[in-house]
Design a protein around this ligand. Sequence first.
Ligand SMILES: [Zn+2]
Length: 448
Amino acid sequence: MIRASFNLPSWKLSRFGSYLCILLGAFMQEPKIASKPKHIVLTSHPGRFASKPLRINWGKSDPLERGPVIGTLLNPAHRNVIGTHSGSYSVYRALSVASGALQASHRADLTNTAPIVAIGPHPSWSDPNRIVSLDPFGGLVGEAYASLYEQGYDIRPTIAVTKAHINMPELQDAVAKGRLSVDGQILKSNGSLVVTKVALDPVWYLPGIAQRLKVGESDLRRILFQQTGGMFPELVTRPDLQVFLPPIGGITVYLIGDVAAITDPNRLLAVRVHDECNGSDVFGSDICTCRPYLVHGLEVCVQTAQEGGAGIMVYSRKEGRALGEVTKFLVYNARKRQVGGDRADAYFNRTECVAGVQDMRFQELMPDVLHWLGITRIDRFVSMSDMKYNAIVNSGIEIVQRVAIPDELIPADAMVEIAAKQAAGYYTEKAVPNAVSLAEIKGRGLAD
Ligand SMILES: [Zn+2]
């Protein structure tokens, strides 16, 4: 059974999925007492169809008509999605249950967890093609599905909205150098920046994801099943379940200024869409421009908010162009050790040699969060990425002005990356490097 070919006809695949679910179900239900198997609940067993879960009608404007996203493990008959909540952290929850620290039956007490600031609903929420990778109602489940909670449904929020103060030394430096001014409301005198922050877990509407990637839904489901090592059999056994909670990282949005300004056509909006780079963002590695760009983006956001508009930083957990940090570090070594050392003209080649592609971020899905925020126009887009720019513009959002990073914020060793990107067509206000100049732009060696 384990060696079963994936070219099986669908009925065999279905049975294969059921067997697999029996095994998975055994682990899910009986983490500690393997010698005392109890009743096993199968999510892909035909018998489960007897109790119909609540339907999800993606793209409906009324949340009750749309239906809640239910990934609970407490009542399998209520589940109407593939996978479970918390993205990649669902695996840690499994470890907690396995170790005995967490009761599998624990039900979240959601008292006082509702969003601090109201966001939406916006017209984009009821467009089934506009948002396909998150649940627009994911933060409003407490009020939208109050009647279902009373009936015993365990509906988990996939979006949380809170407030915070953030303080970064570069912002204080910007104040000291006169690029930013303290206003006491948005930017405090101690250098703290007042933000509203939103965490969003991924919720994928599979027909919409397939359409966005221009592939057939059944092909997408089969390949997702195969490439996760058969982790989610329902991808191939339950075509009636159209929503998948993938075990991947989510998105954090930092809003600066008045939330109402985001959708006000008379007020300016600045946006940076930033993909995670732990090495630079957190630890200040100088091989790339990620943290300088992150901070520059925040600076433009603050300026725009202080002009009466709003600034938005979208932070996506797509480390190393979604290739992951291990691949990323392998590429760093390959770049530094190649003949001639780290060079701008070989920058993308080295990534492709190790990863097979230059990039796995699929910016086609990225604009969803902007549509969730109700954005229709971005006045200042702080990014040099053509992939991001094209994805946003092609999704129907107007971009008025692109803002490139000032030269003085680029670390010396990151010139390899930035020149390679400019030569590859990324946005720049300067002359694009040619083949000769590209070969001359070199980074530090591994021994330096
Ligand atoms: Zn980086």
